[in-house]
Write a protein that binds this ligand. Structure first.
Ligand SMILES: [Zn+2]
Length: 143
């Protein structure tokens, strides 16, 4: 009889732990349709970390068996790792964008700075002084 009671109790405890987890996930998914992916991931991170915190707490209170705890904890950890990875990807892509923009504007400034030119003797178009032949007509440039 005591075993039956324990079984029912642990079932109730597990249910009480799992249902809020799923419910949190649902409200999270529907509330963030309009947000950017980064915002979404930040929120997801908060939820995942909160869930892990709750789980650790439940375990410390002795409401979870070692086996259940390890299993759920492992699932949550891999979910957290995924979220962290995605955030990192987005952030490094943003950094890369900024870096590329900086490099391009530096290049543009450099190329706008007076580059010596040579006028073609046959078509009169201007070519960089380093060219040996005219880019327009292909005539040999006289330097
Ligand atoms: Zn030419």
């Amino acid at each position: 009889m005591i075993y039956l009671f324990c079984g029912i109790l642990s079932g109730v405890v597990l249910g009480a732990i799992c249902i809020p987890l799923f419910r949190k996930e649902d409200t999270l998914e529907s509330a963030i349709i309009e947000e950017t992916q980064w915002d979404l991931l930040q929120r997801k991170k908060e939820v995942v970390l909160g869930n892990i915190q709750d789980l650790d707490f439940e375990y410390k209170c002795g409401k979870l068996s070692e086996e259940d705890y390890q299993k759920i904890r492992a699932e949550m950890s891999s979910e957290a790792a995924l979220v962290f990875q995605e955030i990192e990807n987005i952030e490094s892509a943003a950094d890369l964008d900024a870096l590329i923009r900086r490099e391009i504007s530096a290049r543009n400034r450099k190329s706008k700075a007076a580059v010596p030119t040579t006028a073609c003797s046959s078509c009169d178009c201007k070519n960089p002084a380093t060219n040996k032949f005219c880019a327009e007509c292909g005539a040999k440039l006289k330097h």
